[in-house]
Design a protein around this ligand. Structure first.
Ligand code: C2E
Ligand code: MG
Ligand code: MG
Ligand code: MG
Length: 293
């Protein structure tokens, strides 16, 4: 019986592996097709607002890539970013996202303080990355480089072969700011905090979800806030979905929040409309700011 069960398990396992391989091949092909197409249509950059808890103003935005297949399906990066990394396609993809993000930041400069862009370790490792960034910024001489923020994750950085700190120093030298993404989920967050010249800490959603009902979470939030402040860094809480979470974070003194509670990531035209007051933020077009109610 055990042998039979073991045999079945093996079969299930290989089926699963087989499916994963097929998905990986499909994702890679979809990405290659998208990169070979009209990027504005195939790889649209969406934007999620970041809101100040003190005055409920949208102060920033995070650029988040989407892949649009020929049949109109919108794919989130969880589906294709690993394939992009492994194949190196993330270099071309990343430059596209950066260009789009900076262009929008310039366009929206009167309403937006800053724009965040996610950068993967593979992109950072590329010797051409910093020169590319410098060239891009030179195209917008009137835009303060500090209005661009690059988000990097600690977990991903552990796999990197180049000296990440050198690369980050070069980025800082351009005046671009750095955010530690998904903060708290890595293996050595404190080492990370100590050794990286970051400006913003993005508190991971896992500490935010249910923070209003879990004292351990709210204690961690307060501690991270204190630590970040002591080091001269700002804090953004990720993944805020409920009023109770907003209230708790706001009361703790978290200056900025991001999450479905304000708005999910949206296409650029929707972002622009909400920015100019048409429809407002939130799924139902409602004003989702409890502090001004
Ligand atoms: P991230 O940088 O931590 O981005 C936040 C993710 O959380 C986004 O998923 C966003 O849609 C989602 N999110 C935001 N608010 C909420 C909320 O209230 N609840 C929940 N459940 N989720 C929320 P998305 O867009 O699917 O991106 C996933 C990850 O893919 C990003 O995580 C980032 O690491 C990566 N990524 C996205 N765009 C790019 C890109 O252009 N380049 C690179 N290298 N990576 C990217
Ligand atoms: Mg991010
Ligand atoms: Mg994040
Ligand atoms: Mg996160």
């Amino acid at each position: 019986v055990a042998k039979q069960a073991g045999g079945n398990r093996l079969e299930v396992f290989t089926d699963h592996m087989h499916r994963r391989v097929q998905e990986r091949v499909l994702a890679e092909q979809q990405l290659r097709d998208a990169l070979g197409g009209d990027l504005d249509r195939t790889l649209p950059v969406w934007f999620q607002p970041v809101m100040s808890t003190t005055d409920c103003r949208v102060v920033g935005a995070e650029a988040l890539i989407r892949l649009c297949t020929p049949d109109g399906t919108i794919l989130a990066p969880g589906w294709f970013i690993a394939a992009a990394e492994e194949t190196g396609l993330v270099i071309a993809l990343g430059e596209h996202v950066l260009r789009q993000a900076v262009q929008r930041l310039w366009q929206w400069r009167d309403g937006l303080d800053y724009m965040s862009v996610n950068v993967s370790p593979r992109q950072l490792a590329e010797p051409g990355f910093v020169p590319m960034l410098a060239r891009l910024l030179a195209e917008y001489p009137q835009l303060g480089p500090g209005r661009l923020v690059l988000e990097i994750t600690e977990t991903a950085m552990l796999a990197s072969t180049v000296d990440v700190r050198d690369r980050l120093s070069a980025i800082k030298a351009l005046g671009v700011r750095i955010a530690l993404d998904d903060f708290g989920t890595g293996y050595s967050s404190l080492t990370w905090l100590q050794s990286v010249p970051a400006d913003i800490v993005k508190l991971d959603r896992s500490f935010v979800t249910g923070a209003d009902r879990d004292e351990r979470k709210s204690s961690i939030i307060s501690a991270v806030l204190w630590l970040a402040r002591s080091l001269g860094m700002s804090v953004t809480a990720e993944g805020v979905e409920e009023t109770g979470e907003w209230t708790t974070l706001s009361a703790a003194g978290v200056p900025t929040i991001q999450g479905y509670y304000i708005s999910p990531p949206v296409p650029s035209d929707m972002f622009e409309a909400a920015m100019s007051g048409i429809g407002g933020w939130g799924p139902a077009g409602a004003d989702r700011c409890p502090a001004v109610e």
